[in-house]
Design a binder for this molecule. Structure first.
Ligand code: FPP
Length: 237
């Protein structure tokens, strides 16, 4: 938690509803994703100004490769375009970008765009924006278990050394605090393979707003709802 208990230190967002937003307007799904990127831009600025320290967004899941190739291509292009369009403002706002997920499946152009935004925003101290790309919780946990098993095989670790801290430290999110608040837009109320380990004590906020319509006002509402929650972490007050 941040010093101000009303403001979550780490917010994670499942940005859902780009396709429906486009359909309602007779537009192509890729236009919905572009509008989603603009919503993300506004939300990042709003979160940083409100004192949020970490904002993690589910931008591309391991399951999203199964979408029509044209949509996958449009999303990959959007990553490159997003880097180009947003790096100057992120630098100006003091926002540092990090990526979680398996980057090995991305093209060279996507990976070099990601390297660019990571290195050009590395000095940002106000907030960290974490892009979950080719991410899923199950694949993250599987990779962590494999890494731990390899360390046991070399004799570096014993089975008894495995504890919650070691598991947390073996995930992509090793350097991040757990999310305090998880937001999902578009009326869907599920976690969809996102931060399942890290969400152990997160508060959930679901809204019917479609992601492209999300922004400063909607984030303020989510933070207000969070402030009214009573977090007991399994204890008695
Ligand atoms: C879910 O909406 C959204 C996605 C799978 C992509 C999220 C991407 C962005 C918001 C673009 C900006 C971010 C980056 C870094 C590329 P959906 O397509 O599942 O919507 P639907 O459920 O209404 O069809």
């Amino acid at each position: 938690m941040s010093e101000n208990k009303q403001i979550p230190q780490h917010i994670a967002i499942i940005m859902d509803g780009n396709g429906r937003w486009a359909k309602q307007r007779g537009k192509d799904r890729s236009e919905g994703h572009f509008a989603g990127m603009m919503a993300l831009r506004e939300t990042v600025k709003s979160a940083a100004h409100r004192g949020v320290k970490y904002l993690t967004v589910y931008a591309f899941s391991t399951e999203n490769w199964g979408r029509p190739q044209a949509e996958v291509d449009a999303l990959m292009e959007l990553v490159c375009k997003g880097v180009e369009m947003n790096t100057p403002e992120l630098r100006q706002e003091g926002v540092k970008v990090a990526v979680i997920g398996d980057r090995s499946r991305f093209s060279e152009s996507v990976n070099s765009a990601l390297d660019r935004i990571i290195s050009q925003t590395a000095e940002g101290e106000k907030m960290t924006l974490v892009l979950a790309l080719n991410y899923s919780s199950r694949s993250e946990i599987t990779a962590a278990v494999q890494a731990i098993a390899r360390r046991i095989a070399t004799g570096e670790l014993k089975a008894e050394d495995i504890d919650e801290q070691l598991i947390s430290a073996s995930l992509y999110t090793a350097s991040l605090p757990d999310p305090d608040l998880i937001i999902r837009t578009s009326g869907e109320c599920r976690l969809s393979n996102f931060l399942m380990w890290q969400a152990a004590y997160a508060e959930f906020y679901f809204t019917d707003v479609l992601w492209p319509d999300f922004g400063d006002e909607q984030l303020a509402e989510a933070i207000k709802a969070f402030g009214a929650r009573d977090r007991r972490y399994g204890l008695v007050k």
